[in-house]
Design a protein around this ligand. Structure first.
Ligand code: SF4
Ligand code: SF4
Length: 546
């Protein structure tokens, strides 16, 4: 029974420009003299270099180890020598530099010795598979670069459907199509492995209906393997049908919640390129060191090449007959969601799917639009085209007014930057640029707020510590004073006792002197006094306080 498909709102029809690069079979690109390997080619923490300048490396050897769970290692794509480790231009819209390992290749392509090869993935537990995929440096090859082992670690029984994305809806990009045409068996093997890791009960492979050959090969591979839990479906060719949320809606009819993830509705979606990389890693012990890349636009021979990660873009352009001296622009990715490179000495990385050279084609709105922007006429065409159901013109107005709170009220962060609004805008307003500016500004403000919160907390803590120390000091002084007062009182007491004793002594002395009226006493009187004196001498002395 044919699966019922659902429409997502908005979207646009674009000229495809796919034929040019799908006429020749895929061949390996030349091994360049130098490979540039950024330590960060994925979402998460950058890897940490484990080699030193001057070290010899073999193909497949780890040259940078993952740091933390949201990270993957980097492997040497061929044999050679580490020439440098330091800052180098990387593919990024801002023209950033980042730490890279530069390898001078030796042209011999000597592989490291395999410790073991896994024949059947079912011999491994889901945990072992995930670890193997992680150690193979595999990230999502569809563009985002999220480490694949994490996207394969959904809780058991939570995943109901695993979707393999073969839509590839942007103009010019054909690497997934060629992969499905030429490596269908491996793609299906990768799907099987992912299903085992996720314990997913069913799988859907979605392919746009402008790729009949890819569809045929994939269907044959599914039939060949007797995979009755896999359904291959054709989806309409409309941009952005290959967007994760749009594809899920098209094939399941379910919407991923705003700010949510596909797993929230029991779905996990992977790219066909990722499935192929996983198959090579698990079944053949090959880490991710190369990928399919489309080279198209103003080159003599547009085609898809299997390119070593780290190959300079300039080498690829020359290999496909492009003239670097006449280039006006090079876009990494597609014309809708890609970005213009600041120069062509940057490397192909794990997420690079297309190099679009000197694109001056009229229907490509991003980022090669050349017309000047006119005022917004509030026609609403952008809202009709938005596949997420946003109000792009409101986002635009509030961004212009720097009203970033309101921009967020209009769900700026649900914007997938597909460029549909930009494409249909009759005033040629570069809307996506405004949204990127707004997002970056908000992120920057959030970062500054966090920093200022941290610094305020530190100040508060410092203040509290000073007050506590002051209190403790005062307490110590008080105790000391009390101790001194107690000592003084003791001394006074001792002095009083001393004085009392002195007084008693003097009194005794006074008592011992003879009175003046004792002269001329009678014998009887004298005798009586003598007797009294004798008794007194025998009696104990006067009592004194001690
Ligand atoms: S399509 Fe352009 S002109 Fe029309 S409402 Fe949107 S931003 Fe304004
Ligand atoms: S770029 Fe954003 S606002 Fe514009 S159509 Fe795409 S999702 Fe909608």
């Amino acid at each position: 029974m044919m699966r019922r498909l659902f429409n997502f709102q908005g979207g646009v029809k674009l000229r495809e420009h796919k034929r040019e690069s799908t006429q020749s079979p895929v061949i390996p690109a030349n091994i360049p003299k130098t490979l540039i390997l950024p330590l960060q080619q994925h979402i998460g923490s950058p890897a940490v270099a484990t080699v030193n300048v001057g070290d010899k490396v073999l193909k497949g050897q780890v040259v940078a180890q993952a740091k933390g769970n949201v990270s993957v290692p980097v492997h040497a794509p061929t044999s050679g020598k580490v020439a440098a480790i330091g800052k180098h231009n990387i593919p990024h819209p801002s023209g950033l530099q980042s730490t890279c390992i530069i390898i001078e290749t030796d042209g011999m392509d000597i592989e490291r010795r395999q410790k073991s090869r896994f024949v059947n993935h079912k011999d491994l537990s889901p945990e072992q598979l995930r670890e193997l995929i992680r150690q193979s440096g595999i990230v999502g090859l569809g563009g985002a670069g999220f480490p694949s082992h994490l996207k394969l670690s959904a809780e058991r029984n939570r995943v109901k459907t695993l979707i393999l994305n073969g839509a590839e809806c942007e103009p010019y990009i054909t690497c997934d199509e060629m992969l499905m045409r030429e490596q269908a068996i491996e793609v299906i093997e990768g799907l099987n492995i992912m299903r085992h890791a996720l314990q997913a009960p069913r799988c859907i492979i979605a392919i746009e209906n402008n790729k009949p050959e890819a569809l045929k090969e994939i269907k044959l591979a599914v039939k060949h393997n007797n995979l009755d839990f896999v359904e291959v479906v054709q989806v309409p060719t409309v941009y952005p049908a290959g967007g994760e949320k749009q594809l899920i809606q098209t094939v399941t009819g379910k919407q991923v919640p705003a700010q949510g993830l596909p797993i929230d509705i029991g779905v996990v979606c992977h790219n066909v390129g990722t499935a192929y990389a996983i198959s090579r890693a698990v079944e053949h012990g090959e880490p991710l060191v190369s990928r399919y890349v489309t080279v198209a636009g103003s080159v003599a021979k547009a085609r898809v090449l299997e390119v070593l990660i780290g190959t300079p873009v300039s080498d690829l352009i020359e290999e496909c007959g492009g003239n670097r001296k006449t280039l006006s622009r090079v876009i990494m990715g597609g014309p809708m969601m890609g970005f213009a490179l600041h120069n062509d000495d940057v490397p192909v990385i794990k997420t690079t799917n297309c190099i679009l050279v000197n694109s001056s084609i009229a229907d490509v709105p991003l980022p090669s639009r050349s017309k000047h922007a006119l005022p917004c006429i509030r026609c609403g065409a952008c809202s009709d085209a938005c596949p997420v159901g946003l109000l792009p013109q409101q986002l635009y107005w509030h961004t212009r007014a720097k009203e970033f709170d309101k921009v967020q009220d209009y769900h700026l962060f649900d914007c997938i930057e597909c460029g549909c609004c930009d494409y249909v805008c009759p005033s040629h307003i570069p809307l996506v640029q405004y949204y990127r500016y707004a997002k970056n500004t908000i992120w920057q403000q959030d970062r500054e707020k966090k920093l200022s919160d941290i610094s305020r907390q530190r100040h508060e803590f410092h203040k509290q510590r000073l007050e506590r120390e002051k209190r403790e000091r005062a307490e110590r002084h008080k105790k000391k004073r009390q101790a001194v007062t107690a000592d003084a009182a003791q001394d006074d007491k001792k002095a009083a006792i001393q004085a009392a004793m002195e007084r008693a002594r003097k009194k005794r002395e006074t008592t011992n002197t003879m009175p003046k009226n004792t002269e001329q006493l009678t014998e009887q009187q004298q005798k009586h006094i003598t007797e009294i004196d004798q008794r007194r001498e025998k009696a104990p002395g006067p009592r004194t306080e001690s």
